[in-house]
Design a protein around this ligand. Sequence first.
Ligand code: SF4
Length: 413
Amino acid sequence: MAQQLSLRQKLEILADAAKYDASCASSGTAKKDSRGGKGVGSTEGMGICHAYAPDGRCISLLKILLTNHCIFDCHYCINRKSSNVRRARFTPQEVADLTLSFYKRNYIEGLFLSSGIVKSANHTMEQLIEAARILREEHDFRGYIHLKTIPEADAELIHEAGLYADRVSINVELPTDSGLTRLAPDKNARQIEGAMDRTKVRILQAKDERKRFRHAPRFAPAGQSTQMIVGADGASDVDIMGRASALYGNFGLRRVYYSAFSPIPDASAVLPLKRPPLIREHRLYQSDWLMRFYGYAPGEVAEAAEADGNLPLDIDPKLAWALKFRERFPVDVNRASREELLRVPGLGTKAVAKILAARRHRTLRLDDLARLTQSIAKVRPFLVAADWRPTRLTDRIDLRAMLAPKSEQLELF
Ligand code: SF4
């Protein structure tokens, strides 16, 4: 029985149960601290140690579930109703106490709190809010709080969550509506999007009010995010990037997280037996960056995919796109626009900024580029410099093989 478990046992169960959720990065939060003896905590700062969660992807937050009891039966989820796992449940007070005690020991910089649905969506949401309220109102906790919200809960409860949390998230779970219907039969894509839409409106309203009234309440100042599970249904990378792009555009999300599906004990027969390669998740994150920071339209990212709609795993999507559209290269490093330079494989946003700044003062040569980039070998086929022209290199049939990373190491652009 859950009530017979010690706090430590509950923590073991509920931290482990939370590890499947990837949507917990704290980027974009407002800076708050407790210097001057006011309150407790900080959203940033030195000396904060690493995370508690056993394999947590966001290890500087205490990442736990309020409970892993759930009345829903999502096939991909280890906490689903029909799953045979040890169950546990924290009270909101226990969540607040744990957060404070870990925080004061410098183990964490904040809390990521999610939950299975116990009794009802509204009841669960109330418990999540209560944990955040105790931290904020009773302890003046100024660390980061990310609350997972439950789309089936009343709009007013989701609104209340945003008043305490830095970030709220609502998981879309699966890239396609058909995947959601098949694998999470209790959930409804329109309900999820409706909750996201209301959250977007509230975030914008709060920002506007804060501009006009200094003391207007904050509402999820670090925005909202979501997570999609990759590889549990048949959705291709093109499907996933299309959905992600629509989510960014329609709901102003800060981040879409991609979580490679992990096979779970006693898995449902409708699930694949193997997890997708982790590199697939990495390629999706790279594509996401191409859309958000490199000016690629979703359709262009899709053009980097293979015939089956999936991104190549051996090379990054930016290189895949450049190899398909070689007629766009080489570009002249001394004349090309920022947008053109951002398309060059091997050039990141910082390198492009440095190139634009440097070329105001001198004509750039290959040596200059070697100093500004991490991999001159990757850049050379796609650029012209004062003393360099790739001539036939850009069109070589074996260029892909020449540029594909030789090791398993994950590369950036
Ligand atoms: S509602 Fe959440 S916790 Fe419950 S089974 Fe579905 S994914 Fe798991």
